[in-house]
Design a binder for this molecule. Structure first.
Ligand code: FES
Length: 101
């Protein structure tokens, strides 16, 4: 398996996002699915994701903080932003993140 670090776009710092109320640090300047792979390398790498905006297994609902509008997006296209809150995700993604501490 390729080390996930080589799959990431260049970044200088980690930013905070939350997933289901849990705060995590992920590399800036990367799409959300790649950041989830950073957090759970093996399960996400072996997940049924096309990485190509096709399969829809990476659908999420997110907002950008308290009082902001919730939006639907696909994680393989959505760039992470500081303070982003992932409110809901597909069963495939939940399964891949099941070991996340
Ligand atoms: S991984 Fe298939 S649409 Fe995002």
């Amino acid at each position: 398996m390729t080390a996930p670090g080589t799959l990431l776009r260049p970044f200088e710092r980690l930013i905070s996002i939350s997933i289901g109320g849990r705060s995590v640090q992920v590399p800036e300047n990367n799409n959300l699915l790649r950041c989830l792979q950073y957090l759970a390398p093996e399960p996400v790498s072996y997940g049924r994701f096309c990485w190509n905006e096709d399969c829809q297994y990476c659908r999420v609902v997110y907002d950008l903080g308290e009082g902001t509008k919730a939006r639907a997006a696909i994680a393989c296209k959505l760039m992470v932003q500081e303070g982003m809150r992932i409110l809901d995700m597909t069963a495939e993604m939940r399964y891949c993140l099941r070991t996340l501490k």
